[in-house]
Design a protein around this ligand. Structure first.
Ligand code: INI
Length: 155
């Protein structure tokens, strides 16, 4: 029996990160977490590109451009959709998540998802702090694991 399990060794991996400007104080904190997670995995800063887009609705098209560019091994998406701030919550959050899932399947490239969908700013802050539970950090480490496990499966 063969068992494939992704490891967190990101040496030599190139990572694209898409960040949305909307609620940027939260997204900056998610980006700090993602960089922390990637550094923990051995991904150096010069192997990371960061693209900023206006809002979560624009994340998928930038993620697809990165995924099809041939320049990256994996992508991490970071954003914050806060229900209290918009009646369009469902129209922004749903398409963003669905499109990112679809792009993964279309391109075969792992795309980590830390686009927060929360009720209020307090919940967003709780998921983007300096300690444990930063969703950007979790998504970044998960992306490294997915790159590795997919390599093992495809080998
Ligand atoms: N974009 C977000 O990333 N988060 C939000 O909470 C949000 N709200 O509240 O509306 C939001 N809207 C902007 C949207 O993502 C697009 O940028 C905009 O509709 C232009 O296409």
């Amino acid at each position: 029996m063969n068992t494939f399990e992704g490891q967190t060794n990101g040496n030599g991996m190139r990572i694209g990160i898409v960040c949305s400007r909307f609620n940027d104080f939260i997204v900056e904190a998610l980006l700090n977490g993602a960089r922390r997670g990637l550094s923990h995995c051995g991904v150096t800063d010069d192997a990371i590109d960061v693209a900023w887009v206006p809002g979560a609705f624009e994340i998928p098209i930038a993620a697809k451009a990165m995924a099809t560019s041939g320049k990256y091994d994996g992508i991490v998406t970071l954003g914050a959709v806060i229900r209290g701030e918009t009646a369009h919550f469902e129209y922004v959050a749903g398409p963003c998540a669905d499109s990112i899932a679809a792009i993964q399947l279309e391109t075969g490239m792992p795309i980590g998802f830390a686009v927060l969908t929360v009720e209020n700013v307090e919940q967003a802050v709780a998921r983007s702090g300096d300690g444990a539970g930063n969703k950007g950090e979790e998504a970044a480490i998960g992306t490294i694991q997915m790159i590795d496990v997919l390599r093992q499966i495809r080998r």
